[in-house]
Ligand binder design. Structure first.
Ligand code: NAP
Length: 309
């Protein structure tokens, strides 16, 4: 079985940052990523608050640079999906789609996935009007009306972005106040192409071949109304990708991995970094910080293990 000192699972900002720090410390490391490195940031059109980029930077551009930087320091990045992780007395066994790896330490940087809305028509029309990625699909809605569901940073930022293409963007939010950061809200309030549908939830997504109507219920009056749109972008939060370790580390009630301040989980040698971790603020800036801490802590742990042999 292949042996590595450190296996990083996930190639988003946390995983790549961990890879940069581990490679520079000459810890023998492999990063496993099931898709394209970059994580959810790859589908974020523009990032305005990542320090060091005065004019902002595109999500994909930032992640391509991080990937390049990690490879420059010799990080091995493999396109592999991890099936399971087991803790044995001979080390941590990472079972992948193509072979197993015996690891001295593991960093879980598997991030989060988009939460589904869970209404009738959502699955049927995914890819035919229902989307979870404005950056990927926005251009298909040039001159059309679309809805964005949600009131957080992702919903409101992507609604602003969609006004480049769509003639009208409805933000449908279940409360009468947005959760998004004030500066993001302000931009949306000032955008003449954005209309707000407050205190409302989508009950059903309808169409023929593609989406043409949302059934929207006002949660105060219980009144239901059809809303004519050709696209529905769902941004109702995220769920942690923590299934791989659910039986070996402690999770909180929402499935996020609990760590100490050195990113160590309840299982020795297993660290977690980025959005998959229980934390106060989920941003690229906190994900890269987590990754750096996890890599340095894992390196120290590996040294201690070696010294104790
Ligand atoms: P979020 O902050 O959790 O917001 C989710 C939104 O969806 C909330 O407004 C929530 O309503 C609403 N919602 C949840 N379940 C719903 C349901 N079943 N039906 C209708 N609405 C529902 O998620 P996010 O916007 O994806 O952001 C995730 C994290 O990434 C956050 O920490 C955010 O700050 C960060 N992020 C940051 C940026 C940035 O700073 N540039 C960009 C994107 C994301 P309530 O408000 O009523 O709970």
């Amino acid at each position: 079985m292949e042996k590595k000192e450190l296996v990083i699972i996930g190639g988003g900002p946390a995983g790549l940052s961990a890879g940069i720090y581990a490679s520079r410390a000459e810890v023998e490391t492999v990063l496993l990523e099931r898709g394209v490195p970059g994580g959810l940031v790859m589908s974020t059109h523009f990032i305005e608050n990542y320090p060091g980029f005065g004019e902002g930077i595109g999500g994909p551009e930032l992640m391509i640079e991080m990937d390049k930087q990690a490879r420059r320091f010799g990080l091995e990045i493999l396109s592999k999906s991890v099936d399971s992780i087991g803790v044995t007395d001979k080390g941590i066994i990472v079972k992948t789609s193509s072979g197993d790896i015996n690891a001295g330490a593991v960093i879980i940087a598997t991030g989060v996935s988009h939460q589904l809305l869970g209404v009738k028509g959502e699955a049927q029309f995914t890819g035919r009007g229902v989307s979870y990625c404005a950056t990927c699909d926005g251009a298909f809605f040039r001159g059309k009306s679309v809805a964005v569901v949600g009131g957080g940073d992702a919903a409101v930022e992507e609604a602003n972005f969609l006004t480049r293409f769509a003639d009208k963007v409805y933000i449908i939010h279940r409360r009468d106040e947005l959760r998004a950061t004030k500066i993001v809200q302000k931009k949306a309030f000032e955008n003449p192409k954005i209309d707000f549908v407050w205190s409302s939830v989508v009950e059903e997504i309808q169409g023929t071949d593609t989406v043409n109507t949302l059934i929207v219920k006002n949660v105060r009056s219980n009144e239901r109304k059809p809303l004519s749109v050709e696209g529905a972008f769902i941004y109702v939060g995220n769920k942690p990708n923590s299934d791989l370790v659910k039986d070996i580390v402690n999770l909180d009630q929402n499935g996020f991995i609990i760590t100490d301040e050195n990113m160590m989980t309840s299982s020795k040698g297993i660290y977690a970094a980025g959005d998959v971790r229980q934390k106060f603020l989920r941003q690229v800036v906190t994900a890269v910080a987590d990754g750096a801490i996890a890599a340095v802590a894992a390196g120290k742990y590996l040294e201690e293990q070696k010294a104790s042999i």
